[in-house]
Structure formats: structure tokens, C-alpha cells
Design a protein around this ligand. Structure first.
Ligand code: HEC
Ligand code: HEC
Length: 186
């Protein structure tokens, strides 16, 4: 007589019922043990990794400032906006000048453009602000419009406030005057 299937079936039933019993026992002991549920693990405080830019070759992303990918650096303090009315040099003639004043709460949207209150040709004298230059009235076909060109309407697309933020990456840029003066020295 071949009773192999019977033995295998019986073994299976025993195993499954042992599993179910174990599961139920586990659940109930958890419920009735009276122990408070374990607190979800708290994230460990961020290690104060010194933010020293590493060599460029070791950086995956300059914005990580050389901090290894498996570590988290304490973020640097937010940069302060300079509100000194001191203009910075333009690095090249067509650089949009940086904004030497703060622009907090200046509304620039479909309904209103706060910047033009002072910087439009008509109001510049009242506020002693430099009027937007002629390029701001030109459309893409170099035609001069009566009012600001739509492509120059959202000022912050090109102009940024001046802050005391440190450059994220090294920069060896030299302006044209420096390059020309090198030529003279040779
Ligand atoms: C209350 C008037 C006023 C408003 C509003 C204003 N500005 Fe100015 N802006 C000035 C004045 C005045 C200066 C000249 C420098 C100074 O006194 O800060 C200036 C300077 C600038 C400069 C420097 C120009 C240069 O030749 O270097 C830029 C760029 C500029 N503003 C952009 C903006 C932008 C963009 C906005 C809107 C987000 C804005 N301004 C809103 C008054 C204003
Ligand atoms: C598409 C980029 C762009 C946008 C948008 C833009 N600008 Fe400019 N802006 C420039 C550039 C480039 C310069 C410098 C060269 C020039 O005058 O065209 C400049 C120059 C200026 C200057 C100095 C003018 C001078 O005679 O020295 C002021 C002031 C200014 N912009 C204000 C504004 C304001 C206010 C707005 C929004 C209404 C605005 N810009 C929008 C790119 C832009």
C-alpha cells in the first residue's frame, strides 16, 4: 500500500496549523503584555559635519559641498540679503546687474509689477531709480515697443538680489580688462 501522499498531506497540515497558532499567540501576547508599544525610532540628530568643499574630483554634486553621499551635513545658515544700495561690478557688459536693495514682498505677477513702480521710464525720476534700459523695450525681432517687452516683464528671471552667500564652487573667471592687462604685461 502506498501511503506517501497521506504522510506528506498530514505533515503539511501540521506545519500550517503550527504557523497559524504561533501567529495568533504572538499577536495576543503583544496585545496583553501591557508593555507600551515601542516608540518609532527617532532620527538621530544631524552630525555637525564641517562644510569644507572637497576636491572637485571627489564631488558628486557641488551643492553637497564635498559631504559624502551617506552623510548629511548641517545646512549652512541662510544668506542675508544686502540692502545697502551699493552696486556691484558687472562681470561683462551684458550681465543683468544684481539688485542692490531687498525685494521682499515686491509683487511681480500678471496683475502688477512692483519693480516698474520705480524702474519704469515714467517713474524713475520720482524714485531716483535707474530706468530699465532700452533692451527691455525690445521684442525678439528687435522692434521697440511702447511699454516693457513681455520677455522682460518678470524681472527676477534675470536680476537677483545681492547676498553674503559664499560661492558654492571655485570660480576662475577673469573679466576682459584683466585678460587684456595680462596681454600688455607680456
Ligand atoms: C521703491 C522703488 C524701487 C522698487 C520698487 C524697486 N527698485 Fe530697484 N532700485 C531702486 C533704486 C532707487 C535703485 C538705485 C540703487 C539704490 O538706491 O538701491 C535701484 C537699483 C536697482 C538695480 C541696479 C541697477 C544697476 O544699474 O546696477 C536693479 C537691477 C534693480 N533695482 C532691480 C529691481 C527689481 C528687479 C525690482 C523688483 C523686484 C526692483 N528693483 C524694485 C528703486 C526700486
Ligand atoms: C531676460 C533678462 C532680463 C529681464 C527679464 C529683465 N532684465 Fe533688466 N537687464 C538685463 C540685462 C542683460 C541688463 C544689462 C544690459 C542691458 O541694459 O540690457 C539689464 C539692465 C537693467 C537695469 C540697468 C539699466 C541701465 O541702464 O544700466 C535695470 C535697472 C533693470 N535691468 C531693471 C529691470 C527690471 C525692473 C525688470 C523687470 C521689469 C528687468 N530688468 C527685467 C536683463 C533682464
Amino acid at each position: 500500500m502506498n501511503n506517501k501522499p497521506l504522510i506528506v498531506g498530514g505533515l503539511l497540515i501540521v506545519l500550517v496549523s503550527a504557523f497559524v497558532v504561533g501567529l495568533i499567540a504572538g499577536r495576543t501576547s503583544e496585545l496583553h503584555s501591557g508593555m507600551p508599544a515601542p516608540e518609532p525610532a527617532q532620527a538621530p540628530p544631524l552630525p555637525a559635519v564641517a562644510i569644507v568643499p572637497g576636491p572637485a574630483s571627489q564631488q558628486i554634486d557641488a551643492i553637497r559641498r564635498g559631504v559624502p553621499i551617506d552623510q548629511e551635513a548641517a545646512p549652512p545658515a541662510m544668506a542675508r540679503v544686502e540692502n545697502t544700495d551699493i552696486k556691484r561690478n558687472r562681470a561683462y557688459p551684458m550681465q543683468p546687474p544684481t539688485i542692490p536693495h531687498s525685494i521682499d514682498n515686491y509683487q511681480v505677477d500678471k496683475n502688477s509689477n512692483r519693480c516698474l513702480l520705480c524702474h519704469s521710464r515714467a517713474n524713475a525720476d520720482k524714485f531716483q531709480a535707474p530706468p530699465i534700459s532700452v533692451t527691455h523695450y525690445m521684442d525678439r525681432d528687435d522692434q521697440f515697443l511702447a511699454t516693457i517687452s513681455p520677455r522682460r516683464y518678470f524681472c527676477n528671471q534675470c536680476h537677483v538680489v545681492q547676498t553674503d552667500a559664499k560661492p558654492l564652487v571655485e570660480n576662475g573667471f577673469q573679466d576682459i580688462d584683466t585678460v587684456l592687462s595680462h596681454g600688455k604685461a607680456n
